[in-house]
Write a protein that binds this ligand. Structure first.
Ligand code: ADP
Ligand code: MG
Ligand code: MG
Length: 249
């Protein structure tokens, strides 16, 4: 039940060739939740973007196996089709496009790639409606324009809804807690918990113990200077919260 296996991954910024990742190792199995913490600039977002195939970075060493496939041989789009989902740190607003139409398009694009028939609006509504409950959204949320006038928490929950609609097997959530108050944080955490099953896995980057207390990750990793230097359970995040990064490096 191995989902993702990262071995000795190193990567540079494509433009400057500056090395950012310096030998990352990580194994993710189905149903696990992994949290990555670490100081600003330690390489967390770079790691997430390399997994998604972002063109700003070049892999210079190591390997990534995903569902038995060589992820590094796959285009970003192929990775998405294979069930890899990455949240955007600042989701875009799309004026004039309703949320349900946007989700329907995204889902149909994936279905086409998988050789499945597209779903029309009525069928799609039947597919998406039960998922609204998982992320604690009301039906009228579907008819609003994508991210337009959404609160911070609604934007994040909308991403979790996208993840559920696309049926992501491996979701990368980069600081989904940034800028949220405690209540919104709890709602987002509930949404993540709502869509987690024994078949999908999450890698979440966060600075906050509070989110982890709600989501209860299987493992917590500390990234430092382009490497995962420590792996543990929630107590690692508790130590961090109490004593700062100096306590664990
Ligand atoms: P984190 O998410 O842990 O805060 P990042 O992965 O965003 O760290 O960044 C790691 C380091 O790499 C930082 O020093 C950052 O400035 C640098 N970096 C990352 N991506 C780029 C880029 N596209 N261009 C220039 N510098 C970058
Ligand atoms: Mg940062
Ligand atoms: Mg970051």
């Amino acid at each position: 039940d191995l989902l993702l296996q990262v071995k000795d991954l190193s990567a540079v910024i494509a433009e400057s060739k500056q090395t950012i990742l310096k030998g990352v190792n990580l194994t993710v199995r189905h149903g696990e939740v992994h949290a990555v913490m670490g100081k600003n600039g330690s390489g967390k977002s770079t790691f997430a973007k390399v997994l998604a195939g972002h063109p700003d970075y070049e892999v210079t060493g190591g390997s990534i196996m995903y569902k038995g496939l060589d992820l590094l041989e796959m285009e970003p789009e192929e990775r998405a089709i294979a069930g890899l989902f990455m949240s955007f740190q600042s989701p875009v607003e799309i004026p004039g496009v309703s949320n349900i139409d946007f989700l329907n398009m995204a889902y149909n694009a994936r279905r086409r790639k998988l050789g499945l028939p597209e779903l029309g609006p009525i069928e799609f509504y039947g597919y998406v409606a039960p998922k609204l409950e998982l992320v604690n959204m009301k039906t009228d949320f579907l008819n609003r324009n994508v991210n337009e006038g959404f609160s911070g928490g609604e934007k994040k929950r909308n991403e979790i809804l996208q993840l559920a609609v696309l049926g992501a097997e491996f979701a990368i959530l980069d600081e989904i807690d940034s800028g949220l108050d405690v209540d919104a944080l709890q709602d987002v955490a509930k949404a993540v918990n709502g869509v987690l099953t024994s078949k999908n896995s999450v890698l979440m980057i966060t600075h906050y113990l509070r989110l982890l207390e709600f989501i209860k990750p299987t493992y917590i990793h500390i990234m430092e200077n382009g490497r995962i230097v420590k792996t543990g359970d929630i107590s690692l995040a508790e130590t961090l919260e109490r004593e700062g990064y100096k306590a664990i490096s």
